[in-house]
Design a protein around this ligand. Structure first.
Ligand SMILES: [Zn+2]
Length: 442
């Protein structure tokens, strides 16, 4: 453990948190400039790139001898909005209370930006002889779809960010389950299928009831979707995850986890799980999901509309397609619907046995004896979707060790009182530095 590296990470993360990059509107440029200044001071040559002056990305490259392919270290600089009244300490305070550094972006994911930046700077200062280029991308706009961030970079500046592999959101944090300490490494990510589900019916006067009233039918359809779990699908990554997690548990949890694909067992386990976050996470690994998020129907109290629609946030498992998801939705709804796809991003899946992934697991075992690295499927959406368009294999790895005090990464992610354990951050930056140095010098 290098204490200086840890102290620097805590200091600079507090500074970066104090720069408000809430998206919308974003305003990431001052955060990109803060990092660029650190790089410049270290003798590196960062670039600020972006179509909009207030939405810049910062890119920097530490050159290797080119004998191996580049590694991209990626973090987004924007953060999601917060409700000030629900926070114990200011969301942009960067203050330390009870061993935690507080603020929006503390774990999603300004900490990764700082850990990556300091790793690169340290390697530059050491004059490390690298076999591969290391690229850092601190990007804008991840929380609103990546158009001005990773997606824009991939489309307009691919040579700046092209890499064989990448480290980014969102694994590496401690999960405690039945006495075991797990360190998930993100090796796959579900697909995104945003949809508009439309229904048509006969319009009419509000004084004359009609059984085919489209408002009622849409309500029924949405209600069915909310209460129905779509069919289970086996995937290699989840099968492996469940097997490895099961091995850390005592019976009957061990047996139940291993057999979670069996519908009746999953129903039993999911119903018993006390933690809603954990329940959602389990469900997201077993089936595709389609969550209604927006409803539109009617404009006048005395008119039955002829049309109504709902927007659905669909997510697909590896090896699943938007067409397969739509077929599953139609089966549940059992009514005449049209589905228009608004956005379709396929799932991403990377080799959990690659040399880089093996290195990540090994680093976890060395730095966190007793911790169990497990490859996992990320339920959400990250910049990895963009990088994968250039053939980059992204792993979710932003190491932070959480103490056993009841504070959980999953609750803080987009939650109130987002904060990071200071010791866990100091640990994390050392782990990341170790991994990157090993991967880029051997
Ligand atoms: Zn986020």
């Amino acid at each position: 453990m290098d204490a200086q590296l840890g102290d620097d990470a805590a200091y600079h993360l507090a500074q970066l948190i104090r720069i408000d990059t809430t998206n919308p509107p974003g305003d990431e440029t001052p955060a990109a400039e803060y990092l660029a200044e650190l790089f410049t001071q270290a003798g590196l040559e960062p670039e600020l790139i972006g179509a909009e002056p207030r939405r810049k990305n910062v890119i920097v490259r530490l050159a290797g001898d080119g004998s191996k392919a580049p590694l991209l270290l990626a973090a987004h600089l924007d953060v999601v909005p917060h409700e000030p009244a629900r926070w114990t300490h200011g969301a942009f305070s960067g203050e330390i209370h009870d061993g935690y550094l507080w603020g929006r972006g503390a774990i999603d994911m300004k900490q990764m930006a700082i850990m990556c930046a300091l790793t690169l700077i340290r390697l530059k200062q050491e004059g490390a002889r690298l076999t591969r280029d290391l690229i850092f991308a601190g990007v804008a706009d991840e929380e609103a779809g990546c158009a001005l961030g990773s997606r824009g970079l991939v489309e307009h500046h691919p040579e700046r960010v092209r890499a064989e592999s990448a480290l980014g959101a969102a694994g590496g944090f401690t999960v405690r389950l039945g006495g075991a300490r797990l360190d998930p490494i993100g090796t796959a990510e579900r697909g995104v299928v945003w949809m508009k589900m439309r229904m048509r019916g006969s319009p009419g006067h509000g004084s004359l009831p009609r059984p085919d009233n489209v408002v009622g039918r849409l309500g029924a359809a949405v209600s069915k979707l909310v209460s129905t779990r779509l069919p289970h699908h086996r995937t290699a990554i989840v099968e492996r995850y469940l097997k490895q997690v099961a091995a850390t548990q005592k019976p009957p949890a061990r047996w139940l986890l291993k057999n979670l694909y069996v519908r009746r067992i999953a129903d039993l386990v999911l119903a018993k799980l006390p933690d809603a976050g954990m329940r959602g996470a389990m469900q997201s690994m077993l089936s595709n999901t389609a969550v209604p998020t927006v409803l539109r129907a009617g404009a006048k109290t005395n008119v039955i509309p002829g049309e109504a629609d709902a927007e659905l946030d669909g997510r697909t498992l590896p090896n699943q397609t938007s067409a397969a998801l739509i077929a599953e939705i139609k089966k549940v709804v059992e009514d005449e619907i049209e589905i228009e796809i608004l956005r379709d991003l396929p799932p991403v899946e990377n080799d959990p046995d690659s040399p880089l992934c093996a290195l990540l697991a090994d680093a976890i075992r060395r730095h966190d004896p007793g911790g169990v690295p497990v490859p996992y499927l990320m339920p959400g959406f990250t910049d990895a979707k963009s990088w994968s368009r250039l053939g980059t294999r992204s792993y979710g790895f932003m190491p932070v060790r959480f103490p056993d005090d009841g504070v959980k990464f999953g609750d803080l992610f987009h939650g109130h009182d987002e904060r990071i354990p200071v010791d866990g951050l100091k640990w994390g930056v050392n782990v990341l530095y170790d991994v990157v140095k090993t991967f880029a010098t051997t």
